[in-house]
Design a protein around this ligand. Sequence first.
Ligand SMILES: Nc1nc2c(ncn2[C@@H]2O[C@H](COP(=O)(O)OP(=O)(O)OP(=O)(O)O)[C@@H](O)[C@H]2O)c(=O)[nH]1
Length: 782
Amino acid sequence: MSRHQEVRNLDYKDVLDDYDGYCEEEDELSPEDRALMTQGTITVQTALGVEAAKVSVAQIEESLWHYYYDTDKVVEYLIKKFINPPQKTAKPAPNPSTSAAPRVHTAGSSQQPRQDFSHLFKDLPWGNIPKDRETVFIPPLLPRIGLLGGSGSPPKMSKLQQLAAARKKKAEERAAQQKLEQTRTKMTQLSVEEQDRQKENAPSDGPFGKRLKTSESTAEGRKPLTTAEPGRSEPLSQSTPMALENSQHAKAATADSPKPTPEKAQPSAFAQVLFGPPLASPKQKLQDVFPLTYTDLSPSVLEAFSKPSPDDVVYAAQAKAGKKTAATQTKKKGASSLDAVASDVKGLKIEDAPLPKSRNLDVLSEFERSKSKKAASFVVVGHVDAGKSTMMGRLLLDLNVVDQRTVDKLRQEATKIGKSSFALAWILDQRTEERARGVTIDIATNRFETDKTVFTILDAPGHRDFIPNMIAGASQADFAILVIDASTGAFESGLKGQTREHSLLIRSMGVSRVIVAINKLDTVGWSQERFDEIKNQVSGFLSATGFQQKNITFVPVSGLHGDNLVRKSSDPAASWYTGPPLVEELENSEPSARALAKPLRMTISEVFRTPQSPISISGRIDAGSLQAGDPLLIQPSGEKAYVKSLQVDEEPVEWAVAGQNAVLHLTNIDQVHVRVGDIICDPAKPIECLDTFTLKALAFDFLMPMQVDVHRGRLHAAGRIESITALLDKVTGAVVKKKPKIAKPATVARVVVKLNSTVPLEAGQRVVLRSGGETVAAGLLE
Ligand SMILES: Nc1nc2c(ncn2[C@@H]2O[C@H](COP(=O)(O)OP(=O)(O)OP(=O)(O)O)[C@@H](O)[C@H]2O)c(=O)[nH]1
């Protein structure tokens, strides 16, 4: 029989009977226990000797069982219990004085006379109150009603009275039900329909205005707020279920207890504060139901709420300008009231702002015609503490972008926390953590202009922990300043550290022009030897990384003192340098060619709120152009938005082109669809979202099928190198080996990467692969 059958065939009654009939008898002893018991009994009997006759075998056995065959304990117990039990002490004779004393009355001795303790309090003052001053207990008036009296039981009614009261109650319930139905029907008409809105006055169309109107016309039971009896307000919401219940209860109470009308005590001071002074004559109106205090509104308050709020006015105006609500299209005659309510609620949705108008400008022609300055972005890279931020701070000070007072203030603050040497760096490093730690954490942007060019500084962090942020900066740059610390030992350690990694990364990100600022030369007495030594080493290294000699320039500087930044150094020890200062080298750097005619691509660097829009974004336009009023597609969300307005270099403009850093104020989009790293594109020429791509990558480390993080600008995505399809020649790009198992550092390989999610990517984009906090490869999407 299976277990299921067994369970099914079980007679639960029997089982339970067995259980209920729990056997009081001792369980059978096991053979071992029986042997121990016999042995123990004999031992105990022997030990007791003649006294053993005073105890039965059963008593011995029970004791043995209790003490688990400990014969000594058993013998001791049996002697104490049965053979020599302790003598009972005789009760002491009752003390006459104690017996005279009053005995305490307890629950169990109800027959005993009640004790009188009054004699104990005879000498206390309150025991001697004269009869005429004793408190008299006056029973409360019954029945009590309302808040002041509580509820007393009504007097008994005759059958006829009961019948009349029941009928009245029924009629009231029916009336209340009808009112409820009417209110519900009116609720179904609550929708912000455009037709209605156009017919009616805008101010009274707001949700609140409508609500007031509806409530006035439908809820008959509700008395107009202003008609409340002076000095005593009526319950305001008799049409609400709670108020109906109250009113019914009040009426029923009147019906149930028609007479007699009891005399009531005056309300307490507290009750008067809450509900106002009592009526002149209690017979004039029996106050059974008290309104809640906050419903007892003054006429000024009521007047304030009788008009639509400023929000209502705005909504009404927006709705007029906007498109029709879904409710108008979906509402059908004869639909059930529930459906109508549902669709009306849908219709209550606040409509999107009107679409911005485009001037349909020919942006490229406008750009050609404009006499605007060149725009160039450069990223400042280099090993940690090489002096990048200080150099840029000094540059901004010397170019009068920042005034001396600001720097003095920063110096004071920096001195307070023992970091006075970082005062200039604080112009760019504005985060509290950056200032406290003395390191740049994220890209800091700033802007300055020369006669010919508007420059955007992208000050990158040097610390290896923040390489992803450095990559984001490099991806927006036209060229780079590589800062090298010339002080003793610092250059050497930098070369092993981020000087090398940053150089590789900027080249991989497509930067081809680099200005090497050999910094802190003041610390080595402006030694030309040191400068030349560093120049030679870095030059060779950069050439090996892929930079052409003509695109590399070296400037000896002191960022801290401003030597050779904007002006040539006045230090005689630096006179050996005859080349231009850093700013001139920047101006000589041509920004990379703009992809003006290509489809719009802009990577979002920041999402924020501005007075112009709750969703504003900033970033560099990588390709194409845009203008106010343009529709945009945001990938990977696939959501559409419109350019409400835009700014370039903090100035409001009509259009922007590739290479410019723009701020776009968006409309008709929810914030959840816009994230840092997303790509803005033209809806007609969208960027694809991929989860697999092929990369022509320069290996910085050993590559093999492995987990990697893919970085493209601000976009980070987790993925995996699925396979290495080929090793390529560095110069020609020809395949030198097919399907290698690994790619060694410094080789170029074609790798297939699979991502865990789909991200906007397309051929020609540059991405970086990192693994375990190290950059392992960088390259171009094929
Ligand atoms: N003597 C001297 N000290 C300098 C010079 N430039 C920078 N420093 C000092 O170097 C330290 C680091 O400067 P930062 O500007 O913070 O260096 P950084 O490269 O921006 O640092 P991270 O961004 O955190 O990598 C500060 O104490 C500066 O005062 C210089 O030309 N001469």
